[in-house]
Design a protein around this ligand. Structure first.
Ligand SMILES: Cc1cc2nc3c(=O)[nH]c(=O)nc-3n(C[C@H](O)[C@H](O)[C@H](O)COP(=O)(O)OP(=O)(O)OC[C@H]3O[C@@H](n4cnc5c(N)ncnc54)[C@H](O)[C@@H]3O)c2cc1C
Length: 634
């Protein structure tokens, strides 16, 4: 552009903005290894090239993997290698700006997974994005820092018959990872019971008026206010909610806190006993048989589908932390899984474990959309009209200059956790169909209702062009369970995932109750003051109140989506109960092999899943340190 005064302004603004954006991105440390020949041995290399040996090889540098890497290398005598199939998460701008994560979902930094056609959801294939970068899904999630209910963990302790996993013992690991400091704006939060760990949590996200008023409206229809979801009381009484969405994984600089930013600090990366290889996809685990004993002795990995394979040895253990999709995938590719299925794919069976890939659980969510009377939605954060562009630039400047505004939002700004059998919300006189209790205990919820200050579909690919807000009904204790199986034996092909959404009829009834709850809240002051009831549009749900049960069921089957929480595919449970790992997270029947991530959940928690993954990994690190007599402090 010629340098006229107007263009000069444009240039200066653009350069300033680019500079400021650069500031919020953190550079990829030179500590990350990209030359794989420096850490592994080429498969097929006839010369007996010396290659590095590590005590522990961590498969997947995601949420749990980063925790294990940092904790285990606190002992300088232990050598740890992390193999991560993606690159650095913190060097990507869209992981740093809190609201921008949705822009990453359909990029090469995210596995583009689709479910099998869902028989009970109009045969649709549902998009299931999973992160492919350091920090894993903690680098792309919606930053909601709610950890589930204490009863969920008591249930875990019972299933695996080990009190170490029940809330009274596991809760110390939640304190170990989180860091919450006093916030004068939230005097009712007891910081004395909070942790001082590396993962900063706090009330630093944006809160739009419509979301604040949702909270008020909920309290008016009988949902008590809860000042903090994450206490020992948890969601006790369940009809409680927070003033804003509890806390978020967003720090005082209004940037995302991921497992990579919190645990892989410069100090940790500089430890001589830690190596992290990126763009390194583990293709299989290597085993050695000695009599009746099978031991994991290392892994094979590669950069690309047809690229050079490398191997690396693990003197002590292989620790699989590739998440709920890829951990069972890697086990199966390596011969650990249901024998019949492996044989059908010509994979030699190392250990028959029918639980691998079974029990797939996820939180289904159904959204309702309302026209925003005040035209105050934050739809301009992803501009869809010409008019959105100046507003977007304004918000970008506000974010960069003042660290405030809608870009500091996390989409799900306020929430209510309720029970579908709560007679004060769902009286028998109005709700004739009975519901089965699938909660983890009488104080656990089965529904989460949360609100976003804009309407969107298809994981934010589609933003409504008019001003809307959406309220989401998420079934946090679904009865429907699914499966994960191999499609092919190529490790670079994604597995077949079938969550079997809505296959249990009670799931429909519970979500329907949730939708009725939403429609009632939308009619309640002060939220009703935000709804334009005169605006008619078939896409919106403003006048859905009179919908029949059948019509709501139709909406549920049409709109059901994932809340991105797959779990339980390598369940920690007795082997006879389709368990894959024991209470020390060791894979049954194999030495030197553990799994520690969302796949080991014995049951899905009635809340968000990142906290549980951090706690599992912190606990796993202590279990391993105790077993090998390792030091705890760096
Ligand atoms: C869009 C989205 C929004 C979410 N919102 C929230 C939220 O608001 N709050 C919340 O608590 N939870 C949320 N979640 C869920 C939460 O982030 C995950 O449950 C959690 O982070 C999973 O951690 P993990 O350690 O099990 O796996 P991940 O964090 O997924 O880590 C797995 C890692 O393994 C790597 N990997 C996979 N295969 C291989 C291989 N073969 N070789 C090497 N590396 C491999 C991956 O690249 C990844 O880094 C969300 C998730 C998504 C996707």
């Amino acid at each position: 552009l010629p340098l006229g005064p107007r263009n000069k302004f444009l240039w200066i603004s653009t350069i300033t903005m680019a500079f400021m954006l650069r500031q919020i991105m953190q550079s990829t440390s030179s500590k990350l290894v990209t030359d794989h020949s420096k850490i592994g041995k080429k498969v097929g290399d006839t010369k007996n090239v010396d290659f590095d040996e590590y005590d522990f090889v961590i498969v997947g540098g995601g949420t749990a993997g980063c925790v294990l890497a940092a904790r285990l290398t606190e002992d300088p005598s232990v050598r740890v290698l992390v193999l991560e199939s993606g690159g650095s998460g913190r060097s990507l701008m869209f992981t740093r700006i809190p609201i921008a994560f949705a822009l990453l979902l359909r990029t090469k930094h995210v596995y583009q997974l689709y479910t099998e056609p869902q028989s009970d959801a109009k045969k649709q294939r549902k998009f299931w994005p999973r992160a492919r970068m350091l920090g894993g899904c903690s680098s792309i999630n919606a930053e909601m820092a709610q950890y589930g209910s204490p009863q969920d963990y008591d249930e875990w302790g019972k299933i695996i018959n080990d009190e170490a996993w029940s809330w009274k013992n596991l809760s110390k690991y939640f304190s170990k990872f989180e860091r919450y400091e006093d916030d004068a704006r939230y005097p009712d939060v007891n910081s004395g019971i909070k942790g001082k760990g590396p993962v900063r949590v706090g009330y630093f996200s944006d809160l739009q008026n419509v979301c604040r008023d949702f909270v008020q409206a909920c309290t008016k229809i009988g949902v008590p206010l809860c000042h903090d979801f994450n206490t020992h009381a948890g969601t006790k009484g369940v009809n409680r909610m927070s003033e804003s969405f509890s806390v978020t994984y967003i720090d005082e600089n209004r940037t995302r806190v991921s497992a990579e930013t919190a645990y892989l600090t410069e100090d940790v990366l500089n430890r001589p006993n830690l190596k992290i290889a990126i763009n390194a996809t583990v293709t299989k685990i290597l085993f050695e048989k000695n009599g009746d004993e099978t031991k994991a002795i290392g892994v094979e990995f590669a950069k690309t589908k047809n690229g050079q394979r490398y191997t690396v040895r693990a003197k002590k253990e292989v620790l699989v932390t590739a998440g709920a999709i890829h951990s069972p995938h890697i086990l199966m590719l390596s011969g650990v899984g249901p024998a019949d299925h492996l044989k059908s794919k010509n994979i030699p069976v190392v250990r028959d474990l029918p639980g691998v890939g079974a029990n797939l659980a996820d939180h289904p969510v159904v959204d309702l959309y309302f026209k925003d009377k005040h035209n105050k939605s934050v739809k301009h954060v992803k501009p869809t009209t010409i008019g959105d562009i100046p507003k977007f630039l304004g918000s970008l400047f506000e974010y960069l200059l003042h660290k405030s505004g809608p870009l500091t939002g996390n989409v799900g700004e306020a929430a209510a956790f309720i029970r579908t059998d709560d007679p004060s919300l769902f009286p028998d006189s109005d709700f004739k169909n009975k519901v089965k209790d699938t909660t983890s205990g009488e104080n656990g919820p089965d529904l989460e209702i949360f609100i976003s200050p804009m309407g969107y579909k298809e994981h934010a690919r589609y933003i409504f062009p008019m001003h809307t807000f959406s309220v989401h009904c998420c079934l946090v204790r679904p009865a429907s369970k699914g499966t994960l199986t191999l499609k092919t034996t190529n490790p670079f092909d994604l597995p077949a995932v079938d969550p079997k959404y809505l296959s249990a009829p009670e799931d429909i009834e519970k979500i329907r109750r949730g939708l009725r709850f939403i429609l009632k809240v939308a009619k309640q002051e002060p939220l009703s003051g935000h709804v334009d009831y005169t605006y008619k549009n078939k896409l919106l749900d403003t006048d859905r109140e009179k919908a029949t049960d059948e019509e709501l069921e139709e909406i549920i089957r049409e709109r059901v989506e994932t809340l991105y929480h797959p779990a339980c595919t390598c369940r920690m449970a007795p082997e006879a109960d389709k368990g894959v790992v024991d209470s020390h997270l060791k894979v049954y029947g194999i030495k030197g092999l553990r799994v520690a991530d969302a796949s080991v959940f014995p049951e899905i928690v009635s809340g968000h899943t990142t906290g549980a993954c951090y706690a599992i990994a912190e606990h796993a690190a202590d279990i391993i340190k105790a077993e090998y007599n390792l030091n705890s402090k760096a």
